[in-house]
Write a protein that binds this ligand. Structure first.
Ligand SMILES: Cc1cc2nc3c(=O)[nH]c(=O)nc-3n(C[C@H](O)[C@H](O)[C@H](O)COP(=O)(O)OP(=O)(O)OC[C@H]3O[C@@H](n4cnc5c(N)ncnc54)[C@H](O)[C@@H]3O)c2cc1C
Length: 434
C-alpha cells in the first residue's frame, strides 16, 4: 500500500541495496524519488550475500510478498542440511547447527548478490516506475538551508529537498558531510571469495557429496582463519569465502583478483576437503577488509544530505548484516520524511540518525565479536558445549521491525534532534552526542 503524496523530492545517489531500498520505501511512503547511479548497465556482480530476517521482513512488504517469492527461488535452502561446523585440521563436525523454520513474515535470504540485486532493481525501475538514471557519475553534492542537490559529470544540476548518499564504501557524499576525506584503515584481515559451477566438484569423490543432495553449508574454523563453503540451487553452484590475516592496505574493491596458490598456503595442515574445493575454483576475488571508525555523523551541516548504507557504516562479513542494515536505513528515512513532512526535512534527517546510530554501531560490533570468537576458538570448551561455536542469531538483530520501530520512536527522536539542533549548529552537536 502506498501513502498519500508528501510532495518531498528525494534524490538518491547509488543503486545498491541501500539506495534501491531507500527509493522503494520513499515511493511507498509517498515521496517523489529518483536515483542516479554510476554503472551504465546492470551486471550480475559479486558472489554470496546475506539478508537477515530483519531484511526479509522488509522484502515481504513489497508487491504483496511477490518480491520475497522471487528472492526465495534464487536463495539457498538449508532447511534440511543446516550449517555444519568443522574443526579445521581433523575435519570432524563439531557442531551441526539446525536452521529454525523460516518465519514467513521475516524470512532469511542468502544468494548471489548480482541475481538478488537484479530482482530488486527491476522491481524499483520497471514495476514501480522509479526513475533510475544509469551511467551518471555524481561529481558534487551541495546544500543550502532550503534544499540540496547534485552535480552530474556534464555539469547538470539536479535539485531536491533531500539528497541521500547511498554511494557505497568509497562515498563522495561522505567528504561533504564530514568536511574531510575519511581514509579507511586495514582491519588486519582479508577475504578470498569465489562462486563457480559444480562441474569439477561432482567428478571428485572428496567433493561430490556437496553437489548431489541439494543445498549445503559447511564451515571450517581455524586459528585466525575461517573457511565457509556453500552449494546452492540444489548443488549446481558453489561458493566459498575464506577470511584470513592480511595487513595489506588496498582499496575497498570487489573485483581485485586473487591467486589459489596463496589460499593453499593458508590451508596447509587443514582438512584436505578444503583444498579439494579451492583447487576447483576457476577465479577468485581478493577483498581486503578495511576498517573505519564509526563516523561522527551521517548528516550534513544543513541536514539536507544523509549518508546511508555502506557510505555511512561499512560492515564486516561476519556480521552478515551489511546489506540488511543498509535496508533498515532506507526504511527509516522514508518513515521520518513522511512523519516530519516537507516543511521539516532537516528534522526528519536528524531524527533518522538519532533512531539508527546506536543500533548500527552495536550490529557493526557483533561482526568483530563473531570473527574473534571463531578465530580464537577454545576447542576444549567446544567439546563441552558444541553450541558455543554456532553462528549467533541474536533476536535483537533479527526480530527487529525497522518500520514499526521508526513509527513508534519518531516523535521522541525528532524532539531530541530538534533540542540538540537549537543548542548549537546541527552537525557539531550530533558529533558530540554520539
Ligand atoms: C559490484 C559490487 C559487488 C558486491 N558484491 C558483494 C558480495 O558478493 N557480497 C556481499 O556481501 N556484499 C557485496 N557487495 C557490497 C554490498 O552490496 C553492500 O555492502 C551492501 O549491500 C550495502 O550496499 P550499499 O547500497 O550501501 O552500497 P553498494 O552496494 O556499494 O552501492 C553503492 C552504489 O553507488 C554507486 N556509486 C558510487 N559512487 C557514485 C557516484 N559518485 N555517482 C553515482 N553512483 C555512485 C556504485 O556504483 C554502487 O552501485 C558488493 C558491492 C558492489 C558495488
Amino acid at each position: 500500500m502506498t501513502s498519500p503524496k508528501s510532495g518531498i523530492k528525494v534524490v538518491i545517489v547509488g543503486a545498491g541495496f541501500g539506495g534501491l531500498t531507500a527509493a522503494i520505501e520513499c515511493h511507498r511512503q509517498g515521496h517523489d524519488v529518483s536515483i542516479y547511479e554510476n554503472f551504465p548497465e546492470l551486471k550480475t556482480l559479486g558472489d554470496i550475500i546475506s539478508f537477515g530476517a530483519n531484511g526479509g521482513r522488509i522484502y515481504t512488504r513489497w508487491a504483496d510478498g511477490e518480491i520475497a517469492r522471487r528472492l526465495r527461488a534464487l536463495s539457498i535452502d538449508l532447511s534440511e542440511y543446516g550449517f555444519r561446523i568443522h574443526k579445521y585440521d581433523t575435519g570432524e563436525v563439531v557442531y551441526h547447527q539446525r536452521n529454525p523454520p523460516q518465519n514467513p513474515e521475516a524470512p532469511i535470504f542468502n544468494g548471489h548478490r548480482g541475481e538478488l540485486h537484479e530482482v530488486v532493481f527491476n522491481y524499483a525501475r520497471d514495476e514501480l516506475g522509479i526513475p533510475v538514471h544509469l551511467g551518471q557519475w555524481v561529481e558534487e553534492y551541495f546544500e543550502t538551508e532550503g534544499g540540496a542537490g547534485i552535480v552530474l559529470k556534464d555539469g547538470e544540476k539536479v535539485y531536491a529537498d533531500i539528497v541521500i548518499g547511498a554511494d557505497g564504501v568509497r562515498s563522495k557524499a561522505r567528504e561533504l558531510v564530514l568536511g574531510y576525506v575519511d581514509k579507511p584503515k586495514s582491519s588486519g584481515y582479508a577475504v578470498w571469495r569465489a562462486w563457480f559451477p559444480n562441474t569439477d566438484m561432482i567428478l571428485d569423490p572428496l567433493t561430490k557429496e556437496f553437489c548431489e543432495n541439494g543445498d549445503t553449508f559447511n564451515g571450517w574454523i581455524g586459528p585466525d582463519v575461517h573457511f565457509l563453503f556453500s552449494t546452492i540451487k540444489g548443488g549446481k553452484d558453489c561458493c566459498w569465502v575464506l577470511t584470513h590475516r592480511d595487513e595489506h592496505d588496498i582499496d575497498e574493491s570487489w573485483s581485485f583478483p586473487g591467486k589459489v596458490e596463496d589460499v593453499f598456503k593458508v590451508l596447509e595442515g587443514w582438512d584436505p576437503v578444503c583444498k579439494a574445493i579451492v583447487e576447483k575454483t576457476p577465479a577468485l576475488v581478493d577483498w581486503k577488509l578495511v576498517y573505519r571508525d564509526p563516523l561522527p555523523t551521517w548528516v550534513s551541516k544543513h541536514a539536507r544530505i544523509l549518508l546511508l548504507g555502506d557510505a555511512a557504516h561499512p560492515f564486516l562479513p561476519t556480521s552478515a548484516q551489511g546489506a540488511t542494515q543498509a535496508m533498515e536505513d532506507g526504511v527509516t528515512i522514508a518513515v521520518c520524511l513522511k512523519r516530519a513532512g516537507k516543511d521539516n526535512v532537516p528534522g526528519a534527517v536528524r531524527a533518522h540518525q538519532d533512531i539508527r546510530y546506536e543500533r548500527v554501531k552495536l550490529v557493526q560490533k557483533s561482526g568483530e565479536h563473531n570473527r574473534d570468537r571463531w578465530h580464537k576458538t577454545d576447542w576444549a570448551k567446544v567439546s563441552e558445549d558444541p553450541k558455543s561455536i554456532g553462528f549467533p542469531r541474536e533476536e535483537w538483530i533479527h526480530l527487529f521491525d525497522a518500520e514499526k520501530h521508526a513509527e513508534e520512536v519518531f516523535d521522541d527522536a525528532l524532539k531530541r534532534a530538534t533540542e540538540s539542533d537549537t543548542a548549537s549548529p546541527g552537525w557539531i552537536v550530533v558529533a558530540q552526542r554520539v
